[in-house]
Design a protein around this ligand. Structure first.
Ligand SMILES: [Zn+2]
Ligand SMILES: [Zn+2]
Length: 115
């Protein structure tokens, strides 16, 4: 879908602006940016804090929160050190959801303007 590609491209741009010098990590994030569904709907989430669960281990989710450094820690959260891909996945997820939100806002604005 064309819209999905636009969002994915925007997510890549956001990520490139904050790209890590750690090559291994950066390559992992690149990979996840291509595979996480842009729709972000129907993804498994934590029933307690409603954060999306990590796509690598399916358990950790401290880093998928919209505001990583704000808010209470989830009481059932699992540290994201279990597998090497966890943090990279969470990064990719963050950039995609940020791109998605930005695109939703733009869509709404266009709609309001054309009505
Ligand atoms: Zn949780
Ligand atoms: Zn994980």
């Amino acid at each position: 879908m064309a819209e999905d590609e636009t969002i994915r491209a925007f997510a890549r741009k956001l990520w490139n602006g904050q790209r890590s010098n750690d090559q291994t990590f950066a390559t992992q994030v690149d990979g996840y940016l291509e595979t996480i569904p842009v729709e972000l709907q129907g993804m498994p989430y934590c029933r307690v804090c409603e954060s999306v669960l990590c796509g690598v281990c399916g358990r950790c989710h401290e880093d998928t929160k919209q505001f990583v450094f704000i808010g209470p820690r989830c009481p059932v959260a699992v540290p994201n050190t279990e597998r090497p891909g966890c943090l990279a996945w969470s990064y990719a997820y963050q950039f995609l959801s940020q791109a998605r939100r930005t695109s939703d806002l733009t869509d709404r604005k266009h709609k309001e303007e054309s009505e």
